[in-house]
Design a protein. Structure first.
Length: 149
C-alpha cells in the first residue's frame, strides 16, 4: 500500500536512511494502532541520478506493507504531477511539447493514456477536453496518465 506524505527528496538524497521519516498513526487497511519498520524500497524520481530509499512499514495484524511516497508524485510514476500537467497543458494548448529533458515517448504515453482514460471513465460523449478530463479523473481518485488494463 502506498502512503502519500510530504517529503523533501533533496534531503532524502543527502541523508538517505537517516532522514526523519514520518510514521503512520495506524495501519491504513485495518486501523491497528501499531506498525513496525519494514526496511526501505529504492525508488527512482526524475532529477535524481540514483534511486532514493523510501521507508516501508508493516502491520503485524494484517500484514499490510506500507511504503512512504512523496505526495506530489503518482504511484509508479517518476515525474511529479506539476511537471506532468505543465507538459500536457503546453502540448494541448500550443501544439508542441516543452523543451525538457524528458523523453518524448514518455510524454506521448502520458497523452495517449489520458485520452484512453477519458474515453473509458468519462465516456465518448465527454466534451470538456483532455485537461478538464485530467482534473475530473484526479477528483475521482484515478491516475489519469497511467495505463488502464
Amino acid at each position: 500500500m502506498i502512503w502519500s506524505v510530504d517529503l523533501d527528496l533533496k534531503q532524502i538524497q543527502q541523508q538517505g536512511k537517516d532522514y526523519p521519516w514520518p510514521r503512520p498513526d495506524a495501519c491504513p487497511r485495518c486501523q491497528h494502532w501499531k506498525v513496525w519498520g519494514h526496511g526501505y524500497a529504492l525508488r527512482y524520481f526524475d532529477g535524481f541520478s540514483a534511486a532514493l530509499p523510501m521507508k516501508c512499514y508493516r502491520c503485524p495484524l494484517c500484514g499490510c506493507v506500507i511504503t512512504v511516497r512523496p505526495a506530489e508524485y503518482f504511484p509508479r510514476i517518476r515525474s511529479c504531477m506539476q511537471v506532468i500537467v505543465t507538459c500536457l497543458t503546453q502540448r494541448l494548448e500550443q501544439g508542441r511539447w516543452p523543451a525538457l529533458a524528458l523523453r518524448r515517448s514518455r510524454l506521448r504515453h502520458w497523452l495517449a493514456n489520458l485520452a484512453g482514460q477519458v474515453r473509458i471513465y468519462l465516456t465518448e460523449t465527454w466534451s470538456g477536453g483532455l485537461l478538464r478530463g485530467y482534473e475530473e479523473l484526479r477528483a475521482r481518485g484515478l491516475i489519469p496518465i497511467a495505463w488502464v488494463s
